[in-house]
Design a protein around this ligand. Structure first.
Ligand SMILES: *Cc1c(COP(=O)(O)O)cnc(C)c1O
Length: 429
């Protein structure tokens, strides 16, 4: 939505307002809805035009037949194209990442798929960090190749020189149109260096004339603690199902970036029909109001849990970002690229293998055995046999997803209760 109206003010006098504050008001004027303090749910498929000329003009904009005027709002047409709940939500989402524009989707995978299809054509190559979310891995390795789109992976914690070397190999296969990163990587918490990828992209542009679009799946630490656009990324992707939704009750996704790139993706979303529905959009607006509170509490809880696990004799390793050696390459990258907090999803390795991991998971009572993450309640899962079971055994081991690896997503419970549950489950192993 064009940001010219009074309800798009982001300052109080000269004071810039913070996203936490703006989540309650930004992009919405109560005067349009009988004074309702909250944006109503616009549960409607279509919108009535005031006259035929207005309908014509709205469609000209929606299909990119003319440029939008400086103070012109795109008119509402049809909820696959636009809807007030989605537009207000999109405006609010852009604030955290300081993005020019954003789009919401029916799932994180819808955001990822639609964004990738907007830029990739047969013969193109995607370079991607490893490991990545199981669904994204399936898309890049099994679905896009059916359309003649190739992939080249590199370890998430690769150095700039290593990424550069992979880029040159990838260029032999075809134009590298997208560099796709997930950082921290699910489920190992390995960090990928966004700025290093931007340097590689710029060098490749000078060498080959092809500018790769850098996309970053920011589901784990964003939108609070990592802002990929500031480090040279072009598009930030979210599974809003996780922290942003935050209550394990909706599936949704988002893509944010420059107005130019997002306009392109918007065209694909309109035709692929991957937008989110108004009710989900409305629920996500409610979630955004408490996002910072929830993420902060969950991260505080996660630190307590990770510290306790780190001292437990039946735990051999804890992969939490705030436990990185600050002098290591990953520790330095964490300091450079993230805003302090380590988030609340991390993994640890239990002494033993799958049998011990399963015994532990089956013994938890408060912490639920479920995939997903970022909700108010704590969850535990076994990546090697669940979210990442589609990876080959070699890929699992190469990317550190061992049979002993357990992923935790810590919620906002009282941390003392979480510790008791973990202790009793570990005692049964
Ligand atoms: C869950 C998740 C996705 C996929 O999101 P959906 O909303 O389930 O489609 C993508 N990336 C990461 C890192 C995720 O955790």
């Amino acid at each position: 939505m064009k940001l010219t109206k009074s309800y798009h003010h982001r300052t109080l006098g000269n004071h810039p307002l913070h996203p936490e504050t703006l989540m309650m008001s930004y992009g919405y004027d109560p005067k349009f809805s009988e004074g309702a303090i909250k944006a109503p749910l616009f549960q409607t498929s279509t919108f009535v035009f005031e006259n035929a000329a207005a309908g014509k003009s709205f469609f000209e904009l929606a299909y990119g037949k003319r440029q939008r005027g400086p103070a012109e709002d795109p008119g509402m047409i049809y909820s696959r194209i636009n809807n007030p709940d989605l537009e207000i939500l999109e405006d609010r989402l852009t604030l955290w990442d300081d993005a020019q524009d954003g789009l919401v989707f029916s799932s994180g995978m819808a955001a990822i798929t639609t964004s990738l299809l907007s830029f990739l054509r047969p013969g193109d190559v995607v370079m991607h960090s490893e490991p990545i979310y199981g669904g994204s891995d399936f898309l890049l390795h099994k679905i896009l190749p059916q359309f003649g789109i190739h992939y080249v992976g590199f370890p998430a914690d690769a150095s700039g020189d290593e990424i550069e070397a992979r880029m040159r190999q990838a260029e032999d296969m075809g134009p590298v149109r997208v560099i796709y990163l997930e950082t921290p990587a699910n489920p190992t918490n390995k960090l990928a260096d966004i700025a290093a990828c931007a340097t590689v992209r710029d060098a490749a542009l000078a060498r080959t004339g092809t500018r790769a679009v850098i996309m970053v799946d920011n589901t784990y630490l964003g939108p609070l603690w990592q802002h990929p656009l500031k480090h040279g990324a072009d598009i930030v992707l979210y599974s809003l199902t996780k922290y942003v939704g935050g209550h394990s009750d909706v599936i949704a996704g988002a893509a944010l970036g420059s107005a130019e790139l997002i306009t392109l993706v918007r065209g694909f979303r309109t035709i692929l029909g991957t937008m989110c529905d108004p009710h989900t959009g409305w629920l996500l607006m409610r979630s955004l109001e408490t996002l910072s509170l929830r993420m902060t509490r969950a991260a505080d809880n996660a630190r307590v849990v990770a510290d306790r696990l780190g001292r437990h004799p039946k735990v051999t390793a804890v992969h939490a970002l705030d436990r990185l050696d600050p002098k290591s390459a990953q520790g330095q990258l964490f300091a450079r690229q993230c805003n302090g907090a380590a988030g609340s999803t991390f993994s640890f390795e239990i002494a033993g293998g799958e049998a011990e991991a399963f015994r532990f998971l089956d013994s938890l009572t408060l912490i639920k055995l479920a995939v997903s993450l970022g909700g108010t309640e704590s969850l535990a899962s076994h990546p090697a046999t669940m979210t990442h079971s589609d990876l080959s055994p070699e890929n699992l081991l190469r990317t550190g997803i061992t049979p002993a690896l357990i992923r935790l997503s810590i919620g906002i419970e009282n941390p003392a209760d979480l510790l008791v549950d973990l202790e009793q489950a570990l005692a049964k192993v």
